[in-house]
Design a protein around this ligand. Structure first.
Ligand SMILES: [Zn+2]
Length: 237
């Protein structure tokens, strides 16, 4: 238990430890050792136009592409690391994994025309308590590799209960119960937006956010990426 508490601190302070297993790494390893890079439970979904994550959104919200980087496996050190993004202050690791994922997205060719990256915002109270939004750091890493801008404030999370927004986007959703609000329509107009979240579970939050954006900015397109995806969605293991 003590190791789990001090492991992220070691990583932050010294920067010479693998962020996953804690073993020594040199600076060129970007904080992840060879063994962990070899054993990372990659989905490879970003290489495929159709995959279980994209299917997850079918019928819920139209997305151009969707993928997750790794499987969120029970008992895995990788799961522990992603959990630490929220509660262990491991934002540097979040950015580094985002950078790695971004390089893979770039290599796939499917995400070449992404214009901007938008992290799913946290509820303001949560963000205040935590001090940061882990998805923002993942988004920064991805955007750096894709060489595009991150828009941190174009979409906001509502402070109070969801409001009903009228939407005539393809008459698909008459009303959208939204947790979110678009605060900069001009920044998103006509763009291919890459929405970024940390873990995909039911997909309800991302769907709500994507619908809100499509209602407010009907001429944009949306793709979705998350760093991890839980087992019950993919059903692959
Ligand atoms: Zn390692």
């Amino acid at each position: 238990m003590l190791g789990r508490i001090f492991h992220p601190l070691k990583t932050l302070v010294f920067g010479s430890r693998c962020m996953i297993c804690g073993s020594d790494v040199d600076a060129s390893a970007h904080g992840i050792c060879m063994s962990c890079r070899y054993n990372i439970p990659l989905t490879n979904y970003w290489l495929k136009e159709d995959n279980p994550v994209k299917e997850r959104f079918a019928g819920m919200v139209p997305v151009v592409h969707a993928s997750s980087f790794i499987f969120y496996r029970e008992g895995s050190q990788w799961r522990e690391t992603i959990h630490q993004f929220k509660y262990g202050g491991m934002w540097k690791s979040a950015r580094e994994l985002g950078r790695w994922y971004g390089a893979e997205l770039k290599g796939s060719g499917l995400y070449d025309d992404v214009d901007v990256v938008v992290p799913i915002p946290l509820h303001p109270i949560k963000q205040m308590n935590r001090g940061y939004n882990q998805s923002s750091y993942i988004a920064e890493g991805i955007a750096k590799s894709l060489d595009v801008e991150v828009l941190h404030r174009a979409v906001r999370r509502r402070r109070n209960n969801p409001a009903q927004a009228q939407c005539d986007f393809n008459q698909r959703w008459e009303n959208v119960d939204s947790l979110f609000k678009v605060s900069d329509i001009r920044a998103l107009a006509g763009k291919h937006i890459l929405l970024v979240d940390d873990v995909l579970t039911t997909g309800a939050t991302i769907t709500s956010c994507a619908r809100t954006i499509l209602c407010a900015v009907p001429d944009c397109r949306i793709s979705v990426v998350t760093l991890a995806v839980t087992q019950h969605i993919t059903g692959t293991w």
